[in-house]
Design a binder for this molecule. Structure first.
Ligand code: PMP
Length: 364
């Protein structure tokens, strides 16, 4: 779509053109509903079928067995920072294990501490969140109620390439910024959550995949809205859900399944985009300086700096004028961040790299 800028935003981010086309049509009339998607009842059979397909697609893409429930909740990933410890930590004398690897895992920590004891297994604060821990630096407690970590730190551009923790302690992971970007051993997690507004759809809905065995042991005295079991029993229609956002998630997961051909194919595309960007950093004679340690580089968020703040400002201004949107780094760290979510095409990454090379040569 030549009218649109290329969207490198950290989120909400780029979605596939074919999905946007279908969304546009559904605003007028959702296929089979005879109504605009914005006016479809959440109690209709039509919407129940949308939820069922979205659930089935997420389950299939992640390779999760039948003993996981797939939920579509509100409140963003931020509400999960609280719902997890409210359900699994309040009243506990044993500490939950948390990793502090960047801005977003740092937001989860104080919310957990409100509910019960927390142990920070490792913190990257001393190294300015420039890298992730090695296995030798991690010592997980056998008696922790659960382990919580963030698979991809969106702000710093750090991504784990392995599953952490012990098999006898429930693993809980915030996968908001790399959800459905690559295949993985997802059945090794007891609970996965991810908000929609990066790889999956518009803001307003958060996907949770939770093992039934974990739900069985959860705190019972919670407001219904914040109770995973009440949400599961209601098939994500506990109250009026974000019908539009869930519809788009269904379309995106259908696109991943049918057009892309699954997560291995998506991963191959994502790796190509990331390789283009990181090569541009590495071949820039130190002009573009990657934030993350090489071993921990994220394939979703490429965060980097230029020689000084004035050059960064000029870069961001010229990039915006050239049709590259959303490249400013997160407000907490500044710099530049190119987010390469599933919906961003390889050609867009190639165009950005071309722009970066031109800018560097002109600046020198
Ligand atoms: N976790 C991660 C990894 C994120 O990237 C973000 C936001 N970008 C959040 C949590 C917070 O999400 P929300 O705004 O949906 O609450």
């Amino acid at each position: 779509n030549p009218r649109n800028a290329l969207n490198f935003s950290g989120g909400p981010g780029a979605l596939a053109q074919s999905v946007l086309q279908q969304v546009q049509e559904a605003i007028q009339e959702a296929p089979g509903a005879g109504l605009s998607i914005l006016g479809v009842s959440h109690r209709s059979d039509w919407f129940a079928a949308v939820v069922a397909e979205a659930e089935a697609n997420v389950r299939m893409l992640l390779g999760l067995p039948a003993d996981y429930r797939i939920l579509f909740l509100q409140g963003g990933a931020t509400q999960q920072f609280s719902m997890v410890p409210m359900s699994l930590l309040s009243g506990s004398t044993l500490a939950a294990d948390y990793l502090h690897t960047g801005y977003w895992s740092g937001k989860a920590l104080p919310e957990a501490r409100r509910e019960g004891p927390v142990r920070t297994v490792w913190s990257g604060a001393d190294c300015g969140f420039a890298r992730l821990p090695t296995d030798a630096e991690l010592d997980f407690a056998a008696d922790a109620p659960y382990l919580h970590y963030v698979s991809n730190e969106t702000v710093e551009g750090l991504q784990f390439d392995r599953v952490l923790g012990r098999d006898d302690v429930p693993r809980i992971c915030d996968m908001s910024s790399d959800f459905l970007s690559a295949p993985g051993d997802y059945e090794r997690f007891a609970l996965i959550y991810a908000h929609a507004q990066k790889n999956l759809g518009p803001a307003g809905v958060t996907v949770v995949a939770v093992k039934e065995a974990l739900m069985a042991g959860m705190q019972r005295d919670l407001p219904g809205f914040l109770d995973y079991r009440a949400q599961a029993d209601a098939h994500s229609i506990y109250n009026t859900p974000p019908v539009f956002a869930i519809y788009v998630v269904m379309l995106v997961t259908r696109w991943l399944r049918d057009d892309i051909g699954g997560l291995a194919a998506m991963d191959a595309i994502n790796r190509k985009k990331a390789a283009l960007l990181y090569r541009a950093l590495d071949d820039s004679d130190g002009f573009y300086r990657g934030r993350a340690a090489r071993a921990d580089r994220s394939r979703m968020n490429v965060a980097f700096n230029l020689p000084d703040a004035a050059t960064e400002r000029a870069f961001l201004q010229q990039a915006e004028a050239a049709g590259f949107s959303g490249l400013a780094g997160h407000r907490s760290v500044g710099g530049v961040r190119a987010s390469l979510y599933n919906g961003l095409e390889i050609e867009a990454a190639a165009k950005l790299v071309e722009f970066m090379e031109g800018f560097r040569l002109q600046w020198r």
